[in-house]
Structures are given as C-alpha cells and as structure tokens.
Design a protein around this ligand. Structure first.
Ligand SMILES: [Zn+2]
Length: 408
C-alpha cells in the first residue's frame, strides 16, 4: 500500500493555523485560517503539504500519490477530548436518580456511593472485560468525531488496580489514546487519611512510569487539599511526569494557584474561581479545561468562560465522560452547552475542542490543527461551521480520519 496520499476536492479546509500560532488565545473568526478549494498531501500519517488544489507541487505529484477525493466537503481537525474517565465497570444510574431527588454529590459520596462504587466494580472486573467495555466507548467517541482521547485511571486506587486500568488504556485501539494516572481521585476504603494515602502513592509513583507520562489529582474539599497536591506535584515532576489537576469544581480553593505555580499543563473544571485566579490563569501557560457536561448533570454553576477568554486565558472544552457526573458521550451536546451556557462563539468552541485541547495534553505539535508536520487527523462534514455543535443527538461528520486513514 502506498503511504503517500493526495486529498483533493476540499471545499473549505479549516486549518486553525492562526489559533495555534497565537497560542490558542483571544481567538477571532479569521483565525480559523480557512483555505477554499484546497488539497493536502499526507505521507506516513503526517501532513507534508497544504494549499490550493490547483497548485500541488511537482515534488509530490511525481511521487504518484494515491488520490482521494473528499467530495467538495468541509474538512476540519479531528476533535481532541482531553479529559475522560472512559475505563470503568458498572454504571451509576441509581445515583442519578438519587441526585434528581435532592441528594448532593457530597451526600452520595458520604453514603458510600459516588466514585467508590465505580472503584469497587472496576476492581472486580478483569482486564479483558474492561478492555472490551472500554473499546466500545472509544468507538462511540470516534463516531462523535474524536480522533484523540485522553483517558484517566483513578477507579483502582491500589497500585495493582491502577496498573490494571493503565494497561487497559494502553490496549485501546483506533483513536490516539493519551493515558493519565489519577491515583489521587478519592480516598480509597483502605485508608483513613489523605496524608497516608498520598505517602503510599508517592512511594509507588515511579512504578507507573512506563504506562503514562501524566499525573492528575482531584483537589476538592471531599477529595484532596491543595497542600496534598503540592507534595504530589513535586514528586511527580521530579520523576519527569507532566502534571494536571481537577480543581475548584465544587468549591473555591488554592488548587488553581498551586497547580499554576507548579506548571500544570491543565487545570480542569475551574467553576469556582475569583478575579485573582483568572489573572493568574491568563498569565500562565496552563490551559483551563471546562467541562459543561458535568455542570449540566451536577446542576453546578458553569465556569466563567467569558471572563477567562476575554482576559486572554487559553480555554479548552472536554466531555469529562464518566459514569457519575457526565454519563454522556454526545460531544455535539458538550459543544452545544459551551455555546449555550458558556457563551462561547462557534469558532471559540471549535478551537477549544481541537487546538486548545491539544495544548492541554502537551500535544500541540502533533494534533489539533491541519498544518505541515502535524498528524493527518481530520473530519469531513456537509454542514456549515455554525452547524457543528448545534444538534445534539446526531453527528454532523461524514468521515473520521486518523493519520490519513479512515477510521469511521
Ligand atoms: Zn474528571
């Protein structure tokens, strides 16, 4: 099979080049960097040329690439979902009912439900079964347009069970998968205090080095404190991990400031933040990852997206797909919520779900925009750009491609 392809008949190629060049901040409509009547060349999965269909350089045509017509459609970068908890067993449908009848997230956690109930189910489920369950979810995410999916562990909470989950994540196929360790997700039943649990995590942290390059923590009243996170981040960084945090989702805390001071790639949720937090996020290289799907399901106040965007922060959007606080994989709904509730423009949402999510993962030189040197991960659609993230329940994408090959 030839490993060089010429993609032609692209009505509009939405490259997002300017979004990436300006660091994903203060995005305007023209930063979508749309090329009309475009073509592009892909070699070994990477984009090697982008331009007008009438000007394909001879250097490439003489290599006789396999020509693929994209049918005069719009082409845009594959979606990057930079925050999911996709590997789990069981569901939390009963808890959904409890919440709707008035119980809070904290009430449910105190009653032994919440994350711990998923931990129990996941621990007793075999590697093979988890792999099978999770691949079905990955396939659904791909159908929704995601070509890159971050997946966290955090439903094992012992070294053995966390390693099992990270190995399941490694075994998932078709999409580009980014594994993240989330041992400090909640306090496991074997421990009675955070300090001892964090101590045990720190002593085992080097053992997961081969399975992930990212370490996450849940900083919240009901989970871990900002000072727990400080110790965890220091050790993780010393071992060479990238660090990220779930923080300020349900209550205000020092989590944002600690994570930024430690150089976190992303701080996720950030619903409860003040002006000082917003200033410090905007002046940092940390990406704020907003999760409006979880806010919908938890009836939680939405994050102050406009204030973040208008002060120059880099904002990404993610599904936070998980069985408790966001059981939907409908990425069209997540994007529509960002437009409806976060008051983001269509071009801010498109950028947030591609380039900026790539930044959140430290993969901005690999995914998120369609430029020379980046992966040929792209979507085709017949709808208008404002028609994306408009109609929950159906996917506007007619083809999903990763590394220049069609995967859905
Ligand atoms: Zn999460």
């Amino acid at each position: 099979m030839k490993n060089i392809f010429l993609f032609t008949d692209v009505a509009e190629l939405v490259t997002l080049e300017s979004v990436r060049n300006q660091d994903g901040r203060r995005i305007r409509e023209k930063d979508l960097s749309i090329l009309k009547n475009a073509a592009f060349v892909v070699r070994d999965g990477k984009i090697v040329w982008v331009g007008s269909s009438k000007k394909v350089p001879k250097d490439f045509t003489k290599l006789r690439p396999q020509k693929i017509s994209l049918g005069k459609q719009i082409v845009l970068p594959g979606l990057v979902d930079c925050h999911t908890h996709m590997v789990f067993a069981g569901d939390r449908a009963f808890e959904f009912e409890m919440r709707n009848q008035g119980a809070t997230y904290q009430d449910i956690a105190k009653a032994g439900g919440g994350i711990i109930s998923t931990v129990k189910e996941t621990r007793r489920t075999s590697h093979e079964r988890l792999l099978k369950l999770s691949q079905v979810r990955v396939n659904e995410h791909i159908r929704q347009g995601a070509t890159t999916i971050e997946i966290k562990s955090g439903y094992g909470l012992t070294l053995k069970d966390e390693v099992k989950i990270l190995k399941v994540i490694k075994g998932l196929k078709k999409a580009r998968i980014v594994p993240t360790y989330l041992g400090p997700h909640t306090l496991p039943p074997e421990f009675t205090n955070n300090v001892q649990y964090i101590d045990s995590i720190l002593s085992d942290l080097s053992k997961i080095k081969k399975l992930t390059r990212r370490c996450d923590i849940f900083i919240e009243d009901m989970a871990f404190s900002a000072s727990d996170s400080q110790r965890y981040f220091e050790k993780a960084k010393a071992l060479g991990f990238d660090i990220v945090a779930h923080t300020n989702q349900l209550t205000a805390s020092q989590g944002v400031l600690v994570a930024i001071a430690q150089g976190a790639r992303s701080i996720d949720h950030v619903n409860f933040i003040n002006e000082a937090d917003i200033r410090s996020i905007s002046n940092s290289s940390t990406t704020a990852v907003l999760t409006p799907g979880a806010d919908l399901f938890l009836k939680n106040p939405y994050a102050p997206a406009r204030r973040l965007l208008d002060s120059g922060a880099r904002v990404a959007i993610a599904s936070n797909f998980n069985p408790g606080s966001c059981p939907t994989q409908d990425l069209q709904m997540i994007g529509a919520l960002a437009r409806l509730e976060l008051k983001m423009t269509y071009f801010e949402v498109l950028s947030a779900f591609t380039v900026n999510a790539g930044f959140a993962l430290g993969l901005e030189d690999e995914v998120g925009s369609l430029q020379v040197g980046l992966s040929a991960d792209f979507l085709t659609t017949n709808t208008s750009l404002t028609g994306i993230f408009y109609q929950p329940g159906s996917s506007p994408f007619t083809g999903i491609w990763r590394d220049g090959l069609q995967i859905s």
